[in-house]
Ligand binder design. Structure first.
Ligand code: F0G
Length: 422
């Protein structure tokens, strides 16, 4: 297929530089890669760049290192740089999940503290190339924090739509600090996204939500970088939290391309994990994807508090083509998983912990075998949602670690220390 944009729903084609984000049928558009992607020495190129053996500031980025599969061409990029996130292994987390071979790809260690930076560097670069005058997004928090940072770097005005009262403190603080005009919308995320899409249509701002196909192209590099860190040996499973389904869509696309362009020989299976109170995709999966559901969402994991996911069609394809599964976990399971990840000294935000809770559920139900190799993606940093941490540790509970107030006397410290030594 020639390079361009193709509708994920009806297959219509558009030129690569088309400013459209949607097909005339309302479907979302996917990027079809150009001939650069079929270079026979792709792996060697990527490995050389990762070792620092190919000059150019861009290749310091864990996104632009894979340029042929992301946004070919040699124009300037708006890069922090981003990516290069670690794969952690911690025995305590593996034991809790029930796996010997569990690795955690910590996307919270990106510059703005979430995986969104990977998509944003590409979408903002493309927006600048097309002469955008302002950018906008609806967000549960992380997209807005990331867009605000990259827009500031590019010198573009940024407009953010977030659900009032439902965005974690760290994320809201970032959007304000990086200088985005931040609108607290009286409505949920799904309402914010409708308003942002309408504003893009009618007011000429460039929409940077993951319905923008260039966001998906950047987010593919979570998978590409993980595969490279494993010397191109795929795990059996990749587990990812799922809200608006941009990542689920991106991961499937990345895996199919990695196989088609010769980077890997076998496909891992994808497991997308939702919160029970925000699980329209899980409901659809249970119906064999015969029906699309829309729900009113509620969950402690505000990042994935989404009832009508935009990338639904693309995500269905990802699950089907990787023989994947979708699961849903309760808020209590999310918070327990988070406490386990946090107490191992790694830490993540609640939505990220859904992936770990989901992996545990799938092991317990036998879907994932105990001997399987599994990579779970931690999507956001612990400090994104400090209130969730404080609430958890101030309430009584087995894993709670409440703060203690003391008088400023050594005897009091000694008493505490004796308690710790036990
Ligand atoms: N984890 C975190 C920390 C997120 O911020 C998000 C999405 C997800 C998981 C789900 O990813 O939408 O690709 O399925 N956050 C968006 C935002 C919606 O606005 O920041 P998804």
């Amino acid at each position: 297929m020639a390079p361009g944009l193709v509708c994920a729903t009806c297959g219509s084609r558009f030129v690569p530089d088309s400013p459209r984000l949607e097909c005339t049928c309302g479907g979302l558009l996917d990027v079809v890669l150009g001939p650069e992607a079929s270079a026979p020495d792709l792996r060697e190129r990527f490995d050389r760049r990762r070792r620092g053996g190919e000059g150019g500031r861009d290749f310091e980025s864990g996104v632009w290192r894979y340029r042929e599969l992301v946004l070919p061409g040699s124009g300037p990029t708006v890069s922090h740089p981003e990516g290069n996130t670690p794969l952690y292994r911690r025995a305590a987390i593996g034991a809790w999940v029930g796996l010997d071979d569990l690795a955690l790809k910590h996307e919270g260690e990106n510059p703005s503290g979430s995986f969104k930076d990977r998509g944003m560097t590409v979408a903002v670069t493309q927006a600048v190339r097309r002469g955008a005058t302002a950018v906008a997004c609806a967000s549960t928090g992380n997209t807005s924090a990331s867009m605000a940072a990259y827009a500031a770097q590019a010198g573009l005005p940024a407009l953010v739509f977030v659900p009032r009262g439902k965005v974690a403190a760290g994320k809201l603080a970032q959007a304000l600090a990086y200088g985005a005009r931040t609108l607290l919308v009286r409505g949920d995320f799904d309402t914010c996204l409708r308003l942002a899409r309408e504003s893009a249509d009618k007011l000429g701002v460039t929409l940077l939500n993951s319905i923008n196909p260039w966001r998906i192209e950047g987010q593919k590099t979570i998978v590409l970088e993980m595969l490279q860190q494993r010397d191109w040996e795929p795990p059996d499973w990749i587990v990812v939290p799922a809200g608006n389904l941009g990542n689920t869509a991106a991961f499937g696309k990345a895996l199919l391309e990695a196989r088609d362009f010769g980077l890997i020989r076998r496909l891992p299976r994808l497991a997308a994990i939702q919160a029970v109170g925000a699980s329209p995709f899980y409901k659809s999966f249970r119906s064999g994807f015969r029906r699309r559901y829309r729900v009113k969402a509620e969950t402690v994991a505000t990042a994935i508090r989404i009832g009508d996911p935009a990338s639904y069609d693309r995500a269905v394809r990802s699950i089907r083509e990787t023989e994947g599964v979708v699961a849903a976990v309760r808020d209590a399971e999310i918070l327990e998983a988070k406490a386990v990840v946090d107490a191992a000294g790694i830490g993540c935000e609640p939505a990220s912990a859904a992936a770990v809770a989901g992996a545990r559920q799938l092991v317990r139900s036998g879907r994932i075998a105990r001997g399987d190799s599994v990579v779970a993606v931690l999507t956001g940093h612990l400090l994104k949602d400090p209130q969730a941490v404080l609430d958890f540790h101030r309430r009584p509970g087995r894993r709670a670690n409440p703060p203690r107030e003391i008088a400023a006397r050594l005897a009091e410290v000694e008493k505490v220390l004796r308690g710790l030594a036990r």
